[in-house]
Design a protein around this ligand. Sequence first.
Ligand code: SF4
Ligand code: SF4
Length: 105
Amino acid sequence: MICSFVTRDGSRWMPKYLTAIDGATCIGCGRCFKVCSREVMHLHGIDDAGEILGVCDGEDDNFDGDLNRMIMVVDHPGRCIGCGACARVCPKNCQTHIGADTIAA
Ligand code: SF4
Ligand code: SF4
């Protein structure tokens, strides 16, 4: 497939969209969220069994004592522009990205 995405100077550019984050590996550091301009992912709390409890801002939100830790969840994948910034800052390499050329039109 020929890439139809280009940068400002006309160079070819292949967006790589964030599709998933491995909750078992993610440490919830928040770095990816801070560099993302598109609100694609948010921190969620999980319980001892690894069940996602909901969006968690870390302030007085312990889900009635069930909160074990926080992980980042890709809850709005459709907003991603494939810039790749989140992959560059993740210290755990727990993100999955797919090239725009692998997505059906
Ligand atoms: S690739 Fe860019 S737009 Fe997509 S989630 Fe990562 S930082 Fe956000
Ligand atoms: S940067 Fe990596 S380890 Fe940190 S919250 Fe994002 S996905 Fe998880």
